[in-house]
Design a binder for this molecule. Structure first.
Ligand code: DGT
Ligand code: MG
Ligand code: MG
Ligand code: MG
Ligand code: MG
Length: 261
């Protein structure tokens, strides 16, 4: 009903445009995934299939919304970074985050069977989301450093915890043992007691996953004489890089800097 006398309520909508020069980052995170992982018998501390499902959903999100130029995730979370000049939904935080989180969630459900063909999805998962407005690329790098350190900390802790439990401790005994232990102490516990060199564990667990657009030469067709015709194409790649906030990562991916700086 256009011009209805009730339309004045529209002016009560919450104004939440993320103004330039801020970069828009959306982080989604599984709601009560502790229970979800328990009910679906995910491997502890890391279920590689579940992580691959998360990564595959993040790739779908990046394909669906080309303004997303970079994303980083581990455990039950993913952060999506929009290019600086994005005008996606007039940069309205509530619109942007709700679109990302609802799309991610429905892809998670649709892909479940592909990743867990013999595991029933017992109940519908949900994810929460928030927007982080990063004023500069340096703030974004600090944000990424923070998330990747959380990945390290929680993975190191989780690896120790479940090794102790496998070794016969109860969960609360193991937690008590790990209370206040430093990173170094946890590393030596793994090495001395369980023969595990933490640095040798799979990078996907230690570093998390990032999704980047990279330019690759793709064969688009073959000539009559059989020689391949190549074109430069943007392709999404999943990497488990260390120190995604560091200089060498950002030098290596200079095009990212252009889209974000
Ligand atoms: P929230 O986010 O506040 O609603 O609550 P949670 O329970 O999702 O807590 P959060 O996000 O801080 O931590 C993620 C939880 O998900 C954590 O309890 C471990 C669990 N989780 C995530 N990935 C895996 C996995 O691969 N295997 C197992 N066993 N658990 C996982
Ligand atoms: Mg969660
Ligand atoms: Mg929490
Ligand atoms: Mg989480
Ligand atoms: Mg509508």
């Amino acid at each position: 009903m256009a011009n209805s006398k009730y339309e004045y309520v529209k002016s009560y909508e919450f104004e939440d445009e993320v103004f330039l020069p801020n970069l828009i980052v959306v982080r989604i995170d599984g709601r009560d995934f502790r229970t979800f992982a328990e009910v679906h018998e995910f491997e502890k501390p890391n279920d590689e299939v579940a992580l691959n499902l998360m990564n595959s959903c993040a790739v779908s999100v990046s394909e669906e919304f080309p303004d997303i130029v970079f994303s980083y995730g581990f455990s039950d979370e993913f952060s999506f970074v929009f290019k600086k000049t994005s005008k996606f939904h007039q940069r309205r935080a509530s619109k942007v985050e709700s679109i990302v989180v609802s799309f991610f969630t429905s892809v998670y459900v649709s892909k479940w069977r592909e990743f867990f063909p013999s595991k029933e999805l017992r109940y519908p998962p949900s994810f929460h989301s928030r927007v982080i407005a990063c004023a500069t690329i340096e703030v974004l790098q600090s944000y990424l450093l923070w998330r990747q350190s959380s990945c390290h900390t929680s993975n190191l802790h989780g690896t120790c915890l479940w090794e102790l439990v496998k070794d016969g401790k109860t969960e609360s005994e193991a937690l008590e043992l790990l209370k206040g232990a430093s990173k170094e102490e946890k590393n030596s516990l793994l090495f001395e007691k369980f023969d595990i060199i933490y640095q040798k564990l799979d990078a996907i667990f230690r570093q998390g996953s990032c999704i980047l657009k990279t330019e690759v030469m793709d064969v688009v067709k073959h000539n009559e004489n059989g020689s391949p015709v190549e074109r430069l194409r943007k392709k999404l790649r999943i990497l488990h890089s260390k120190n995604i906030a560091g200089r060498s990562f950002w030098n290596e991916h200079a095009s990212l800097r252009n889209e974000l700086g």
